[in-house]
Write a protein that binds this ligand. Sequence first.
Ligand SMILES: NC(=O)c1ccc[n+]([C@@H]2O[C@H](COP(=O)([O-])OP(=O)(O)OC[C@H]3O[C@@H](n4cnc5c(N)ncnc54)[C@H](OP(=O)(O)O)[C@@H]3O)[C@@H](O)[C@H]2O)c1
Length: 309
Amino acid sequence: MLALVNTPNGPTPIALREIAEPSPAHDDAVVQVHAFSLNRGELSSFARNKEGWVPGQDIAGVVLRQAASGKGPPTGTRVVALVDDFGWAERAAVPSHRMAVLPDGVSFAEAATLPVAGLTALRTLRHGGALVGRRVLITGAAGGVGTLAIQIAARSGAHVTAVVGRPERAAGLKELGATEVVEGVDSAQGRFALILESAGGGSLARAIQLVEPKGTIVVYGNSSAEPTTLAFADFRGAPNARIQTFSYFTSEAEERFGPDLALLVSLIADGSLKPRIGMERNWRDLLEVGDQLRGRGINGKAVFHTDNP
Ligand SMILES: NC(=O)c1ccc[n+]([C@@H]2O[C@H](COP(=O)([O-])OP(=O)(O)OC[C@H]3O[C@@H](n4cnc5c(N)ncnc54)[C@H](OP(=O)(O)O)[C@@H]3O)[C@@H](O)[C@H]2O)c1
């Protein structure tokens, strides 16, 4: 079968190549992959991994063979799934508890936006507790996680302030549910009960000035790659505020992946979550689109289709 294989020593960092079929464990289904999405973190994973490794965490497709254990959706079911890697392939082995069934109205492309970015949006927001009437600040709001987090926060009753880097990045964010959109985190006013912070550097330093007393800053990324200097005194205006780090793979119990994916799918199905697909292409275009994602040029998620019909 074909897969996008890591080729750190080749002319390009990844290349479409023939590899062996997946060998599923007892609890793994084999899924025919129709669509997958790209995450910023995956772009930096190429150099860290060996020749022959296959990236890819967010997949949507059809169960080709149910897990031998009998667990998980039966053969023929349309699903979305989260895998550790080896997702950018025509077929993938998927743990039966890391999948959710797709209703007919949810496309493979929409579903493929959900695993890493959707789970991150959902679970970082949970750190704010009940959000009804609370102010939530989201940095990197025009990106993959941000565009999903705006919608889930707004649906939960929050007043959302979305931070973008350039004026053109603001397009459509109010329609997703943002109460206001500001250009640069320095333009945000007042204090916030919950801040989702993924830019790092000065953005995280500013977040400390913007959090409420007893409020929460969820630190889940460092897109700027800049460090942040902080001191206890910075929290003078926000006593007992909390900085919460977040990692989607370990943030909640392993068996919660399926139910949380199913929850996200249900939000798409009922019309309250509309994944923003900024780019939808054939998987042969991944490196080109990856450059645009790295350059902050994709509004929402980049989604790719394999050659599976
Ligand atoms: N901890 C976890 O479990 C977890 C899970 C998912 C993602 N992440 C991380 O969270 C971050 C957001 O993920 P994502 O998928 O939403 O990424 P994304 O789609 O690339 O969006 C990130 C956005 O951050 C903004 N940004 C602000 N300063 C930036 C800078 N100096 N360099 C690059 N972008 C900057 C950009 O929007 P503007 O140009 O409008 O400012 C960019 O679009 C990434 O760093 C990712 O690696 C972590």
